[in-house]
Design a protein around this ligand. Sequence first.
Ligand code: AMP
Length: 355
Amino acid sequence: MSALPPGSTIGIIGAGQLGRMLGVAAAQLGYRIHVFAPRPGPACDVNNAFTQAEYDDDAALAEFAKSVDVVTYEFENIEADPIARLGELVPVRPSAKALAIAQDRTKEKRFVEKLGGRAAPWREVTSRAELDAAIAEIGCPAILKTIRFGYDGKGQARLASADDADAAWDAIGGNPAILEGFVAFDHEFSIVLARGMDGGHVSYPPPLNGHDDGILARSTVPAPAEVAAQWTEAAALAGRVADALDYVGVLTLEFFAGKDGPIFNEMAPRVHNSGHWTIEGAVTSQFENHIRAICGLPLGSTAVTGSRVEMENLIGDQAERWEQIIAEPEAHLHLYGKSEIREGRKMGHVTRVWR
Ligand code: AMP
């Protein structure tokens, strides 16, 4: 395994805030950044080069491959096939296979269940009739989730009873979905793990994640004892998932803290919003560890730098509080440079570290 030397160019597919924070971490280690996306976005403020093309434009991807030494992606709602073809031209880390599994709720659940993970009961639903059958088997309350393209609570509809079936099916546009039993949980948490090219991995202490309207609102470390008690089991599962995929980079698994142990919710083949606290709250951030992993460098320490760390997302007009936030002594403000404030849009975040 030879490390990519500083001065090499990292290609990032996607121009969002995750690409922006990856770009900052990459620049700190002396790498150059080439962003590939259909439209400019927050990552373009920190790049060296930008290719504007659709994600399935093979000719543009082939040209992009010539200008970069390694490619990574910053979100999963892209087709895996063009990324697999790109992987024949230049190393893509994590692999297109990891992308194909993590972007599909049925594939990711089967994959994780095979490795010993426990998910809420679920059934695949591809027609209105199958929804009735799934309700009969799983019962209500339940959640209908599209198999693909769901994020931040989008592509989801809750069913309090079977009477809600029509409305739920309409709400998700009749797209292929899964019906999932509603989990009674007190806490949600995530495991953010980095796996290097040598197969070694490190993971961060799990944050307690709080959601408002299906969107992550805050992550807090350390998490309460009920979550800490499930850390070892959840991190071991994340490690098995990463090993089984021969994964390189940061991988995130989200869990509900159930009464009898962690219940797997979903995974993301990338750095994750619930890991943003690591920029100031851990010795090595998730972004730096992702860059280290894909460049073949040794992974950095995931130790926490304070006695308590809290990351608060600034969603929609919450970002207008930036002047008050920046005046707080323990606050680290991050704004993503998005010009238009929209409801539900992630505009930035703030991390508070108490030493
Ligand atoms: P997801 O996009 O699957 O992460 O869902 C968004 C949020 O909806 C989760 O973070 C939970 O707060 C809630 N949620 C999703 N699935 C379930 C479930 N099976 N039971 C209870 N709450 C859920």
